[in-house]
Ligand binder design. Structure first.
Ligand code: HEC
Length: 189
């Protein structure tokens, strides 16, 4: 009796969020609202197009020093990989079964690198780097991927204008592509 079984499953599932009594919720009530105190210490959100990037700047040379001090132990010299992922130096292309996803080969937007480093590094005190230090680390990571020249200094404007090599390598599946659109085959193989 499959339909009876479906009914039982639906009844069991619906109350998970309906019971929370909040009619405006559209999801399964996971997590909890962020408190004002944590919102204050959480770094600002930085959008893919660079909105939210702070004032200030940082260059490849400072980034190189910071990387050696705070990152190399896990990510290897120049970001070539050690106990943690390689951040640069991909040789296998993304359509290979051994695809190497590094910043240079995979990441579509440079400002998100700033966002990630600011939010999650250093591992033992996330969010404690200054804007200058995060710009510098971002500059060094882009340099070690061959995306900017040695000596580059990044700020809001320059970082927002960098076009990552894999910018156009992503296929959007929602909203659904029309049948016949080449994206269709990627989304619904
Ligand atoms: C204690 C080890 C450790 C140290 C030190 C460390 N990382 Fe990481 N890092 C990781 C691990 C593990 C991951 C993968 C898990 C994750 O995304 O958090 C990672 C992920 C990353 C990523 C995302 C890679 C990707 O393409 O998904 C970046 C970028 C990165 N680290 C940069 C840095 C920078 C910059 C520093 C120095 C400020 C640093 N890491 C220091 C362990 C480390």
């Amino acid at each position: 009796m499959p339909s009876l079984l479906m009914g039982a499953l639906l009844v069991a599932w619906v109350p998970v969020w309906a019971a929370a009594g909040d009619a405006s919720r559209s999801g399964p009530a996971l997590g909890k609202p962020m408190s004002d105190a944590s919102a204050e210490v959480s770094p600002a959100y930085i959008a893919a197009d660079g909105r939210g990037l702070p004032d200030g700047s940082g260059d490849v040379d400072l980034g190189r020093e910071l990387f050696a001090q705070h990152c190399q132990a896990c990510h290897g010299a120049g970001g070539a990989g050690a106990t943690a992922d390689a951040l640069s130096g991909a040789e296998e292309p993304l359509d290979s079964p051994w695809a190497e996803k590094t910043i240079g080969s995979y990441w579509p937007y440079a400002p998100k690198l700033f966002d990630f480093v600011q939010r999650s590094k250093p591992m033992n005190a996330p969010g404690s780097f200054s804007s200058e230090q995060v710009y510098a680390l971002t500059a060094y990571l882009l340099y070690s991927n061959g995306i900017v020249e040695v000596g580059t200094r990044l700020d809001r404007a320059t970082l927002s204008h960098i076009k990552m090599p894999n910018r156009d390598g992503f296929v959007r599946c929602y909203p659904e592509p029309e049948p016949g659109d080449p994206a269709w085959d990627h989304c619904f193989p």
